[in-house]
Ligand binder design. Structure first.
Ligand code: KIV
Ligand code: ZN
Length: 510
């Protein structure tokens, strides 16, 4: 019998800590549905003490998800833990994940606490959490740079207090695979009550080693891996879920454990997260990159055609390539439309929202014959923005001609008031952004502009991400349309809407 390797997904928490990747409650629910469908064991839905919005988002995920444990992150602070316990009240299976830093540099410079005070605080945190659940996870933050004797001491104390999962984070992505594997083996060996807890790992990718470190830990007895879809996360990200799952699945001759993930949901999950956060997936990314199963050289193609295993160790269809179902075309009715959305985990708050999205679906179906799940997700994201946001694009006229200066004229709505501007620019997108700035003078700096096709074909919708920075705030805006200049205008306005909202949220690790 193989051991079970627990997959703990933190896309909605650590993933959301990537600058600009913050998600709305509705977006989190859609991703949580997909994770549940995929068979993720534990979904870390957020950090409820960050803000009221974060609390509500974790609560909504906890209330809705039934097939996975829902987890909330809390610093080892009483108020954080009560907030998290409250957010998780509706969950069928809840976990509180509490943490405190244990490396000398973090204890001294960040916490300004002595090692003894840190142990006392950690034990108290477990006690507070146990008022809500006995499913408690503890992380010694920056374990990768902590002293082994101290780690053993604090971990023994928290297990004694009731922690059931010991998560060892390589917070700054500093360790090497052999070293990290040994760390797990040593902790399991030296902590007297280590058999009372599951060992977990949480690796960051600063040196590109998050997956290698996690797998090395698994070979040394870790039975939970914390990971994210597309490797999203702080700085260089976390270990990527798809790589962990497929490495363990593909090399069952090597690993003494397996996950319960239904891998056919991996590619749709990757596309969903990329679409919602606006973080594109690099084409050569393992498992979910557009080129992951493409063969360029003639020799490879010949080999694959004769016998697939010559160059392929996994099958594209096993990880969900080609799984995006074709939705009926422009003749589809409202009921078919609603039921496909329900299958995708999308429910509207009002009939008005459903009707508006259905109308826009019809418009899209007129331009584009085949509508895929990714198109639906883009439509829904757009509709949610249209209803909530202050600035909206009403119309855009572009003039481009070889040898002429491109020019844009647009009308936007600012809380219902129509504003008009025009500008030229070095290209149609530049002219459009200049026209918007003429109207709104945000002063924000453009950090990133990227265009991706949502599905394949020249009739595909283009999905544009715009990242704007205003002082320390960084936000991503998204827009989708079959016309990429229109998508760009929507994305720019969506980023300005986010900059406008005065959302104050705490970061768990600062
Ligand atoms: O990287 C880290 O240490 C974390 C902890 C909060 C687990 O994200
Ligand atoms: Zn982390």
């Amino acid at each position: 019998m193989q051991d079970h390797l627990i997959i703990f997904d933190t896309t909605l928490r650590d993933g959301e800590q990537s600058p600009g990747a913050s998600m709305t409650k509705e977006e989190k629910i859609r991703i949580a549905w997909q994770l549940e469908r995929m068979g993720v064991d534990v979904i870390e839905a957020g950090f409820p003490a960050a803000s009221n919005g974060d609390f509500e988002a974790v609560k909504a995920v906890a209330d809705i998800v039934k097939g996975s444990t829902v987890c909330g992150l809390a610093r080892a602070i009483e108020s954080d833990i009560h907030r998290t316990g409250e957010a998780l009240r509706g969950a069928e299976s809840a976990r509180i994940h509490t943490f405190i830093a244990t490396s000398p540099i973090h204890m001294k410079k960040k916490l300004r606490m002595s090692p003894e005070q840190v142990i006392t605080q950690a034990v108290k945190a477990i006690k507070w959490a146990s008022q809500y659940t006995d499913n408690i996870e503890f992380s010694p933050e920056d374990a990768g740079r902590s002293e082994i004797d101290f780690l053993c001491k604090i971990l023994e104390a928290v297990v004694e207090a009731g922690a059931k999962t010991l998560n060892i984070p390589d917070t700054v992505g500093y360790t090497m695979p052999e070293q990290f594997g040994k760390l797990i083996a040593t902790l399991r060996e030296r902590i007297p009550n280590s058999d009372k807890a599951v060992f977990s790992v949480h690796c960051h990718n600063d040196l590109g080693l998050a997956v290698a470190n996690s797998l090395s830990a698994v070979m040394n007895g870790a039975r939970q891996v914390e990971c994210t879809i597309n490797g999203l996360g702080e700085r260089a990200g976390n270990a990527s879920l798809e790589e962990i799952v497929m490495a363990v699945r593909t090399r069952q001759d090597f690993f003494p454990c397996d996950t319960r993930i239904d891998a056919t949901h991996i590619v749709p999950a990757s596309k969903l997260v990329s679409g919602i956060t606006g973080f594109p997936v690099q084409p050569n990314k393992a498992v979910v990159g557009a080129n992951a199963f493409a063969h360029e050289s003639g020799i490879h193609q010949d080999g694959v055609l004769k016998h697939r295993e010559t160059y392929e160790i996994m099958r594209a269809e096993d990880v969900g390539w080609g799984a995006n179902k074709l939705l009926l075309g422009k003749h589809s009715g409202r009921n078919a439309f609603r039921s496909r959305l329900l299958e995708l985990g999308i429910e509207f708050e009002s009939e008005e929202m459903l009707n508006n999205t259905f109308m826009r679906f019809k418009e899209l179906a007129d331009k584009k014959h085949e509508i895929f799940d990714e198109d639906l997700h883009a439509l829904v994201s757009d509709e949610a923005l249209v209803l909530q946001e202050r600035y909206r694009l009403l119309s855009l006229t572009i003039h481009c001609e070889t040898g002429e200066i491109p020019y844009a004229r647009l009308i936007i709505s600012d809380d219902g008031k129509e504003l008009q501007a025009e500008s030229d620019g070095s290209g149609p997108v530049d002219a459009t952004f200049r026209a918007i700035e003429k109207l709104l003078s945000s002063g924000a700096e453009l950090q990133l502009f990227s265009v991706n096709n949502i599905t394949s074909g020249t009739d595909s919708q283009g999905e544009v991400t715009v990242r704007l920075q205003n002082r320390e705030r960084i936000v991503n805006g998204h827009g989708a349309d079959t016309d990429i200049v229109v998508a760009s205008a929507k994305a720019y306005l969506s980023a300005l809407n986010k900059l406008n909202s005065k959302l104050e949220r705490a970061h768990p690790q600062v």
